[in-house]
Design a protein around this ligand. Structure first.
Ligand SMILES: [Zn+2]
Length: 358
């Protein structure tokens, strides 16, 4: 799996698009940070265009900035994002950056990236707005390693799919008891469907059993196996229209395999009690899912269900698929498939919608 992920991540790094949008600039106040010091990055957006630019508030520089919007490298190695990844059910408020206006905030890199290694770091912001990416200057800095990543606690292996809940009310617990098994089924079914696709030799399509010699006059028609390389319609809708891109298919299939395995062999912990969100996780804290008040307003079934959100969150962990949130909602997820399928296969909502569409 490592090789495919590496291949994809190099494709995914911020593309150079000369689009009209904010100028993004970063600055650090030191070029050396001792292990007890916080590397605060000033992230600044300036609107040098003649028109106002609308930016989702969650992408605006602020204390509440939780986005994997920096490329942080120590040597050639990319530091992992360790901040919150959310599930939204609405696009959120927009900030109107007027022509000529600048907004900046000092963001603590310590809470967003794994900085455990001593070394020369290069830092660049890459802000994705309206599916276009806006890159900043690159800043180089020496950072002494620090223990800013809580080691992932050992996750118990379980015999049957098991969840544990923390701080949940009785009604919340009742909802989770219904939604969790549904999520497991969505993921298992998604994997089964992908597993059955022939990718031109490396994974064979399981042929249906030949019909028994017919006794009645009408012999049953054997089900048609898909043509080699043909992917299911739901896969084409939510991941990639081009069946020949078997690398993407293999990538998604491996990811659903790990998600499916995690659901059936790991203890999944749900934490209730947060508000102003649907759900979130920290991608390095495997199988811990925070479900907030809005989660419990979602329907049990359909494309944006509680079970779907659980699949979305499960796909975020580095221990499973390590997905990101490049686009939220059905429209944006489908637009990603058309424009950047290599990003669609890394986007959590696409996993949710694919698994809910079979
Ligand atoms: Zn998410």
């Amino acid at each position: 799996m490592g090789t495919i992920k590496w291949f994809l991540s190099t494709l995914l790094i911020c593309s150079n698009v000369s689009a009209k949008g904010p100028d993004v600039h970063i600055a650090l106040d030191q070029d050396y940070y001792a292990s007890a010091e916080y590397p605060l990055v000033e992230l600044k957006y300036t609107n040098n265009t003649k028109r106002p630019i609308e930016i989702p508030e969650k992408l605006m520089p602020s204390e509440e900035f939780w986005n994997d919007a920096f490329i942080v490298k120590v040597g050639d190695k990319r530091s992992k994002y360790i901040g919150m990844l959310f599930a939204y059910n609405s696009p959120g408020k927009l900030y109107r950056l007027e022509s000529g206006e600048s907004v900046s905030y000092e963001i603590d890199l310590n809470k967003l990236y794994d900085l455990r290694e001593d070394g020369n770091y290069s830092i660049q912001a890459c802000v994705i707005l309206d599916r276009k990416s806006f890159k900043s200057n690159i800043v180089e800095v020496f950072i002494e390693g620090r223990d800013n990543v809580e080691e992932v606690q050992e996750v118990k292996d379980v015999v049957v799919s098991t969840m544990r809940t923390y701080g949940c009310s009785r009604t919340e617990l009742a909802a989770l008891k219904l939604a969790f098994p549904k999520a497991i089924k969505l993921a298992a079914n998604a994997y089964d469907i992908l597993e059955a696709v022939d990718t031109g030799g490396n994974i064979a399509y399981k042929k249906p059993k030949p019909p028994k010699p017919p006794k009645p006059p009408k012999p049953p028609k054997p089900p048609k196996p898909p043509k080699p390389g043909e992917t299911p319609k739901s896969y084409q809708t939510w991941f990639c229209k081009d069946s020949k891109k078997s690398q993407l298919l293999n990538y998604v299939r491996e990811n659903f395999q790990t998600i499916d395995q995690a659901f059936s062999t790991k203890l999944v912990k749900f934490y209730c009690g947060c508000s102003n969100a649907v759900a979130f996780v920290f991608p390095h804290k495997a199988y811990q899912i925070y479900v907030c008040d809005d989660f419990f307003d979602l329907p049990m079934n359909g494309m944006d269900s509680q079970a779907g959100v659980i699949v979305h969150e499960m796909s975020h962990f580095y221990a499973t698929a390590g997905t990101n949130d490049y686009a939220y909602g059905q429209k944006a997820a489908q637009a990603l498939v058309k424009r950047r399928p290599e990003m669609a296969v890394r986007n959590a909502d696409n996993y949710m919608y694919f698994s809910s569409d079979n």
